[in-house]
Design a protein around this ligand. Sequence first.
Ligand code: WT7
Length: 638
Amino acid sequence: MSYPYQIRSREAYDEAYKRSIQQPENFWADVASHFHWRRRWDKVLDWNFKEPKVEWFKGAKLNITENCLDRHLEKLGNRPAIIWEPNDPEEYHRILTYKELHNKVCQVANVLKNNGVKKGDRICIYMGMIPELAIAVLACARIGAIHSVIFGGFSAQSIADRLQDAKAEFVITCDGAFRGQKDIPLKSVIDDALVACPFVKRVIVATRTRTPVSMIKGRDVWWEDEIKKIETLGMTDCPAEEMEAEDPLFILYTSGSTGKPKGVVHSSAGYMINTNYSFVNVFQYQPGDIHFCTADIGWITGHSYIVYGPLSAGATTVLFEGVPTYPDAGRLWDIVDKYRVNILYTAPTAIRSLMGFGLGPLQNKDLSSLKVLGSVGEPINEEAWHWFDEHVGKGKCPIVDTWWQTETGSILISNLAGITPAKPSWATLPLPGVQPVLVDENGNELPAGEASGNLCIKFPWPSILRTTYGDHERCRTNYFATYENKYFTGDGALRDAEGNYRITGRVDDVLNVSGHRIGTAEVENAINMHAGVVESAVVGYPHDIKGQGIYAYVIFNGRHGDDQSLTRKDILVTVTRIIGPIAKPDKIQFVSGLPKTRSGKIMRRILRKIAEGEMENLGDTSTLLDPGVVEEIKNGHL
Ligand code: WT7
C-alpha cells in the first residue's frame, strides 16, 4: 500500500495546506481518489453551518470495510492486521492477518443478518478489549448497521439511557472482561440495563472470562454457537452492503454541558477519508510499521486510531486488553519490546502515572524500535512531555501532540511527526483542510497572529459530526449557534505569531478527568440521586496525574448521616451506579449552602477557585445572596 497523499516535507505541508484552503473540493477529491468506491461522487461538498448541513462526496457509494479489508487482501492478505495482547502476559497473544480478519468479519456479519439485523439498525457493543470487539464493529459496518460502542466502565443505568436514546434492538457483549486485577461482569451489567429496555430483541454474548452468566431464552445467544450455526447453513462469504457516502457509520455518546450525554453521529465516507488521511500524515505511518494506540475502542480515539484509520491504511494495529500498570508499571514497555512497536500513541494521564514509578520499569526494555510518539486527550504538561521524549523516545522520536474531539472524528491540530516542528505543550499547526479561528467573548474573529480566545473551526472537514442522534436541534445549539457560521469546540486556545495553537482546556462545564470527558451537570445529577442530598455543585481542580479531578460540594440533609466518611462512600456508590466509576468525585465537601446570586445561579467561578485552593482574589462576591457561605466553604476546603 502506498499513500500518495502522505506529506513528506515541511514545504509539502505548506503547499498541501494552502491548496486545501484555496481549493478544498479538489484537495479532498484527490485524496478520495485513492480509496475504493462502488460509485464515485456527484459533488464533493455541500454545506452550511446554519442548519447545520454537511455533505461530503454526495452520490458516492462505498462500504468502509471494503476499504479496511477487501482491498488489502491481494497484496497484504498475510500481513498482521491486529496483534492482540491479552491482559495477562502469560496468556498467549493472538495475531489476525488481513485474510483472517476479513473471514471473521464476514462470519459475524452473517451472524448479525441471521439474527435479523438490517441496514440502519442500531447495535450497542459493550465488550472488553478483545479482537472480537474490533470484529463486531467491522461486522456492523459490513452490513450497514450503526454501531454504538459503550466503554466498559459505564454503569447499567448509563447503558440503558444510551440504548433508549439510540432505540437499539441489538446488543453484543461478553460474559466478562479482564482489566488489570479486575474481572468486570459485562453481561451481568447488560442484564441490569435491559430491565429498562424491553425493546432489545437479541443479545449476542462472546466468551472471554467464562464468568457464569444468565442466558435468557429467546433473547440471549452465544457468539460461538451463532458462528457454528451460520457455518452449518453454509454462509461463508458476506458481500458488503452498498452504503451512501452520508449514511451514518456509528453513534458515539459523549458528555456535554447538560446532564444528558449526546449521541455524536459520524458518516461513512468523510469519516473514512479523514481518519486515514490523518493517520498516515500525523504518525507518518510507513508500510510494515507496528502501530500501538493504548486507548480503549469505547472512546473515539480507539474507533479512529485502533480500528478505522490503521486498517484503512493496511497497517498493523496493536490491541491491548489490559492497563499500563498491570502486572507492573513496565507493561507498555514490554509490549513495545515484544512486538517491536514503531508508533506509540497514548495519553498524558498514562505518562504522568508511569512517571510516578520512576525509571526502574524502563530498565532492560528494548525501546529501539520506536520511531514516533503521540499524545492525546488533554493538554500535555511540559514535564510529562520531556519525560516521554527523554526516557521513552530516547531523544530521537518526534512527539505529536494531537488535538481533536469525539465530534471532529479525526485529528485536526497536530504537528506531523518529523515533518513539522514540535513545541512542547503545543498542538501546533492545523492539518490540511482545517481552518481554525480564535474568537473573543463577543464572537469577533481575532486577526491572525498572537491571540488568545475560544477555538472555532470555520469550514467543514470530512469527518465533522453530522448530527446528534435523534435531536438535530441539539447539534445546532451545542456547536453551531454560539458563533455564527462557525463550529465551536468548547476549548480555549492560544496562538503564537507562527500560527501554532496551544489548547488551554475547556471553557464550558465539561471536565477532562484522565482524558475522559465528563459533564459537571451529569455528575451533579448523579449525586443528587442520593436520598440524603439536597443540592450539589461539581467543579474541576488541577490533579497531578488525572489532569483534572472532580470536586463536589454537597448539601446533605443530615439524616442517617452521623458518620461523614460513610455518607461520602454512599455518595460514591450512588455515582458509580448512575454513571460509572469514572465519574466518582475525588473530593466531597459537605456544606450548608452554595454561593448563589440573587437570581439563584450558583457562582461556579468561586467554587472553582476554592477547589483549586485559591482562597484570595475570589473576585466580586457582592452580588451573592449570602456572602457568609463563602467563608464557611473556604474553611472546610479539603
Ligand atoms: C476534549 C475532547 C479525541 C481525543 C480524545 C478525547 C481535550 C483532546 C487534546 C490535546 C489538549 C486536548 C479537549 C477536547 N483534548 N486532545 N492534544 N491537547 N486538549 O476526546 O472525549 O471528545 O474530548 O479533549 O478539551 O475538547 P473527547
